[in-house]
Design a protein around this ligand. Structure first.
Ligand code: UD1
Ligand code: UDP
Length: 372
């Protein structure tokens, strides 16, 4: 029996770890699965726990308002020390590139517990873009023992850094597992806002939260969205606003009061996936959306300078456009006005997996301990 502790703390980690936890729990005779959340996010994490019916064995409840990287790091690390010392798992699973990922991998290393990194090997090769995620994931990969690379490209990145082939498994991204679970679940829009999203309008789904975009870039983004809303009255922008005050305050100040811009609280995953399915295009700086939207055939404009997810860019459904107002306005306009330009991007492609990543991860963990 292999004792696994899965540690995560933010919305995207929870979405992408949920299918892994369900898979491990289904294989009860092989795994004892312990779930530990740092709760680096609170409300946005709880939304996911509820949708995926995940029960936590430990909830470290570390979130503070407008928290600093230092607070997440020190509080998370100290609390994880206690849990790992008490539970003594065979392996700790971490996901992606958040500060929770970094501290969970570090605490496991201090306790000499092997680390499995889900979504390993993504690289932008730019220390400060995204910040602090590029360095978080690189440190996690220095500390890890077992690597679940979502694509052949991420596996190649790891090999180039000297990681042994035998410890890398190309699994696909668990986000596709989560997406397929969400699409299969029975669904009815709950809120009046979502029910009334105009059927005939082109819906542009927007999310923005990255640290690099705080301040002027976010203001520029808002200006471009306002210009689009004014120029194209037949377009409906829906923007579920991240709860980070650095984001929320600027967005509400910049975009409140336009009939065709709907600002709302973060949506639960089922609502969000269904809005994405209905949308005409996605405009975002999110990592996860760059993976989900292409598989639904939605063009994605990425509000960043660089991406660690070049697979869908290569496939043609994602474009990295930066954060200048003019560029954002022009690129959105182009997709609204030119059918050929839209059709060129609106192809369902799926470089991120077939929905069976979690199964492969469970199998790889068994193999790792079998060979040990
Ligand atoms: C974090 C991750 C980022 C990830 C993103 C996903 C770090 C440093 N950043 O960024 O990699 O892409 O999550 O969304 O790990 N807040 C709430 N309720 C919530 C969540 C956040 O009120 O449910 C507010 C709090 O004031 C909190 C602040 O947002 O202090 C920032 O949260 P934090 O996790 O530090 O940073 P994010 O920008 O969310
Ligand atoms: N998401 C959600 N509700 C929202 C916005 C996003 O459920 O209101 C989901 C989205 O489908 C994706 C994930 O949250 O799976 C992305 O999270 P986020 O953008 O916060 O983080 P990132 O992926 O950039 O790390």
């Amino acid at each position: 029996m292999i004792k696994v502790i899965a540690v995560f703390g933010t919305r995207p980690e929870a979405i992408k770890m949920a299918p892994v936890i369900h898979q491990l729990k289904m294989q009860k005779s092989k795994f004892k699965t312990v779930v530990c959340v740092t709760a680096q996010h609170r409300q946005m994490l709880d939304q996911v726990l509820k949708i995926f019916r995940l029960k936590c064995d430990y909830d470290l409840n570390i979130m503070q308002k407008a928290q600093s990287l230092y607070q997440i790091t020190t509080n998370g690390l100290l609390k994880l020390e206690e849990i790992f010392k008490k539970e003594k798992p065979h392996i700790v699973l971490v996901h992606g590139d958040t500060t929770t990922t970094l501290v969970a991998a570090l605490a496991a290393f201090y306790e000499k517990i092997p680390v499995g990194h889900v979504e390993a090997g993504l690289r932008s090769f730019d220390k400060f873009n995204p910040f602090p995620e590029e360095i978080n994931r690189r440190i996690a990969d220095v500390l890890a023992d077992l690597y679940f690379a979502p694509t052949p490209l991420s596996a190649r990145n790891l090999k180039r850094e000297g990681i042994l082939d035998k410890n890398i498994y190309v699994t696909g991204n668990t986000v596709i597992d989560a997406l397929l679970m969400a699409l299969k679940a029975p669904y009815q829009a709950k809120s009046r806002q979502l029910k009334s999203l105009a059927a005939g309008k082109k819906i542009i789904l927007v999310t923005v939260h990255r640290r690099e975009n705080w301040g002027t870039p976010l203001k520029n983004i808002c200006t471009a969205l306002a210009q689009i809303a004014d120029r194209y009255p037949d377009v409906q922008i829906i923007y579920p606003v991240h709860l980070n005050p650095q984001v929320k305050n600027v967005v509400y100040a910049g975009l409140t009061g336009r009939a065709n811009i709907l600002l709302c609280e973060p949506l639960d995953y089922l609502d969000f996936v269904h809005v994405m399915k209905r949308s005409y295009m996605v405009v975002t700086d999110s990592g996860g959306l760059q993976e989900e939207a292409p598989s639904l055939g939605k063009p994605v404009l990425v509000l960043r300078q660089v991406t660690e997810r070049p697979e869908a860019v290569k496939a043609g459904t994602v474009r990295v456009i930066g954060t200048a107002t003019k560029a954002i306005y022009q690129e959105i306009s182009r997709l609204l006005s030119s059918k050929p330009a839209y059709q060129k991007m609106a192809n369902a492609v799926n470089p991120y997996g077939d929905g069976r990543a979690s199964e492969r991860i469970a199998k790889a963990i068994l193999q790792y301990f079998h060979n040990k």
